[in-house]
Design a binder for this molecule. Structure first.
Ligand SMILES: *Cc1c(COP(=O)(O)O)cnc(C)c1O
Length: 369
């Protein structure tokens, strides 16, 4: 048996005729940029994700940058974010001219809300929590702090599609929320795509302008902007997939529960912890394990692909050496960086594959005992 880390081909084959039809429709109508598929995507996404004012953009990184920029974040400002994420979260802060201030994480791999206040300075303008691996940060707490200090909140929902806390969906807490539709994300395009969500129709309008050279109409450039538009092909593909995202999310949860059950008696691995009253949408299924690198090699030699998200935490990347971050400031991230291992998880994964993966993990550890 061979288990790839993600299997985008399997998903395509399950909806092939609809996708093929959507793609040829875009080509026949030459609606390559803007057009009906992008407008339909906006409405459909708002509906399915139960959010307001969706602004489709070119990718999830631009979505964060545009939101920050249109909230007025710039040189001299500080933005607080988690020490454990993909670099998009922090590089976009720097790109506005502001400084990223990293905070260690809690038991759920998300920003430790108890450490936020002591990192707030007179320059702090915003907080970017990340719903890492599919689990939401403690948004009710974060919003309380943000209100107290008058800070903007931008939810990085790139990995948090349709997760929730106390029954409230990701993307509904922040002043702005950003999504990525990178192919491997829970809702994935066939190229790059992203979106910004906001309760403010005014902010949505400014983001839409900025993403399209500063204008809402051609040749009416109100401000300088950038080119960050979602293209028609990606919108058409996403519109098909939006019909399935809820059932795919349920399937991801089912796969995670299979893993959780089968791994229960393996003392060398710690299964992902889920926040009380939260729904984890399992973009990634991440264990903390003993002998991580050897286990990873062993799984690899048994044709099981795994990954590490992420091998080096943000504060310690060469890109941030100028910030002189110390490992003592981030004890949690430092501790688990050598323990985390992401197992394959996607809606098309079947029980036999999950069983095979767990049996292989058990074989590895029983040979060690
Ligand atoms: C994927 C990702 C992004 C960026 O999305 P792109 O569409 O690849 O630009 C941002 N933040 C996090 C946490 C991500 O995982």
């Amino acid at each position: 048996m061979k288990v790839p880390f993600v299997d985008l081909k399997a998903q395509y084959l399950s909806i092939k005729s609809e996708i093929d039809e959507a793609i040829s429709d875009v080509i026949n109508n030459t609606s390559f940029i803007g057009g009906e598929h992008v407008s339909l995507f906006k409405d459909k996404f708002e509906n399915v994700y139960n959010v307001k004012n969706c602004v489709p953009v070119a990718n999830g990184t631009d979505a964060i940058f545009i939101a920050l920029k249109m909230l007025g974040i710039g040189p001299g400002d500080e933005v607080i974010t988690t020490a454990h994420s993909w670099i998009s979260t922090s590089e976009t802060i720097s790109l506005t001219g502001a400084k990223p201030v990293f905070v260690d994480t809690d038991d759920y791999f998300t920003i430790d809300v108890n450490l936020i206040e002591k990192n707030i300075s007179s320059r702090t303008k915003a907080i970017i929590p990340v719903h890492l691996y599919g689990q939401m940060a403690d948004m009710p707490f974060i919003n309380t702090i943000a209100k107290k200090y008058n800070l903007f909140v931008i939810e990085d929902c790139a990995q948090g599609h349709l997760s929730s806390i106390n029954g409230e969906l990701s993307g509904t807490f922040g002043d702005a929320s950003t999504y990525s539709f990178y192919p491997g994300k829970n809702l994935g395009a066939y190229g790059d795509a992203g979106a910004i969500i906001t309760k403010s129709t005014d902010l949505a309008m400014r983001c839409k302008m900025f993403a399209n050279h500063g204008g809402l109409k051609k040749h009416d450039h109100r401000i300088e902007g950038i080119n960050s538009r979602m293209d028609g092909l990606q919108a058409a593909i996403l519109n098909v997939k939006l019909n399935y995202i809820k059932q795919w999310t349920q399937k991801r949860i089912k796969v995670a529960n299979w893993y959780n059950g089968l791994l229960l008696d393996v003392s060398e691995v710690q299964i992902p912890e889920v926040r009380p009253n939260a729904i984890h949408s399992y973009h990634l299924y991440v264990l903390k394990v003993k002998n991580r690198d050897d286990l990873k090699d062993y799984l690899d030699s048994n044709n099981i692909d795994t990954a590490i998200h992420y091998p080096v935490a943000l504060p310690f990347l060469p890109a941030y050496s100028h910030l002189k971050n110390l490992s003592e400031q981030f004890p949690n991230v430092v501790e688990y960086s050598s323990e985390i291992l992401s197992l394959p998880i996607y809606p098309e994964l079947d029980y036999e594959q999950v069983k095979f993966i767990v049996q292989t993990i058990k074989k590895f550890y029983s040979a060690k005992r």
